[in-house]
Design a protein around this ligand. Structure first.
Ligand SMILES: C[S@@+](CC[C@H](N)C(=O)[O-])C[C@H]1O[C@@H](n2cnc3c(N)ncnc32)[C@H](O)[C@@H]1O
Length: 283
């Protein structure tokens, strides 16, 4: 592995999040109520199924996952390299929450201590995911699970990358072209983080072009996980379905769930329609 590059990506992340932490929760679409509900339900299901008491949250940031699961567990360790992100984590509630400023790939985790490891919108911020996946594998007891959500799906990025910025597309597609290929301009304007730093910080997305499910599965199995379930989320146009003004929100959510089922039954043909990929891996 190129150690210099590994460190450069960490430093780019520290710069990006030190400059943008105050706006983070306002800007990220993951904070939409329907997404909070979806991720909380997923976590609760896994916590109940595995009997989770202790969790390691990798790249915890300002506590997105911590907030969604702390009422269900006894202890959470959050690890992140950006101190100002950690400073924003809400530690209230009954669970013991410990926050550690450290790179997840080199974090000397206690072997077998945890029932669950989590990562949300995080793995694509690494130059190489292997050391962090190994941290998760080492941290878990046998039968423990690693729940990962919201990393860019290579097949979606690949499809969008073929489109032109000024192409004659619907507003929905145009928006994705901007988001996928030109977000660095926006970040530079808003936070004064230069494009190169931003793209380096988002290495797995903006340099590597996202994750293939095959690559994730292979890396997880090599690190010692015995079973990997790949999950795709956020299909193209899901926001339009969920916010359709002609119907109430609950009906829209049922429609979105149905679309999701149809698309999941159309795999692998439909996978390039999903923006994000995640997994639940069992040790
Ligand atoms: C997009 S944020 C995600 C934060 C949180 N998980 C969420 O979903 O809101 C990415 C986080 O990864 C952290 N990060 C980047 N590289 C890291 C590394 N090597 N080790 C630990 N944390 C890292 C950043 O500081 C940032 O807080």
């Amino acid at each position: 592995m190129n150690i210099e590059k590994y460190k450069e990506v960490i430093n780019a992340n520290i710069e990006l999040y030190t400059k943008s932490s105050h706006e983070y929760e306002k800007l990220e679409p993951q904070y939409r109520p329907e997404n909070l509900k979806r991720v909380k339900a997923l976590l609760k299901k896994e916590i109940d199924a595995v009997g989770v008491k202790k969790v390691l949250d990798l790249g915890c940031g300002t506590g997105f996952m911590i907030n969604l699961m702390k009422e269900f567990v006894d202890e959470i360790t959050g690890v992140d390299v950006t101190q100002v992100m950690l400073d924003r984590v809400d530690k209230s509630g009954h669970a013991k929450i410990e926050l550690i400023n450290h790179d997840t790939g080199s974090y000397p985790v206690q072997e077998g201590k945890y029932d669950m490891a989590t990562a949300h919108s995080f793995l694509h911020h690494l130059y190489d995911i292997k050391p962090t996946i190994e941290t998760a594998a080492k941290a878990l007891r046998k039968g423990g699970i690693f729940v990962n959500e919201l990393d860019p799906n290579y097949y979606f990025w690949e499809a969008v990358n073929k489109l032109e910025r000024n192409g004659n597309y619907s507003p929905l597609v145009k928006r994705e072209v901007e988001e996928v290929n030109h977000k660095d301009e926006d970040i530079e304007k808003t936070f004064g983080v230069n494009k190169e730093i931003y793209n380096t910080a988002e290495y797995g997305k903006n340099i590597k072009g996202g994750f293939r499910e095959e690559e994730l599965t292979e890396t997880l199995l090599e690190a010692g996980f015995s079973k990997v379930d790949i999950k795709y989320h956020w299909f193209l146009g899901e926001t339009l379905v969920v916010n359709n003004p002609n119907f109430d929100k609950d009906s829209n959510l049922v429609t979105a769930k149905f679309f999701n089922e149809v698309l999941h039954n159309s795999m692998p043909l439909a996978r390039h329609l999903y923006k994000y990929v995640g997994f639940v891996a069992t040790k």
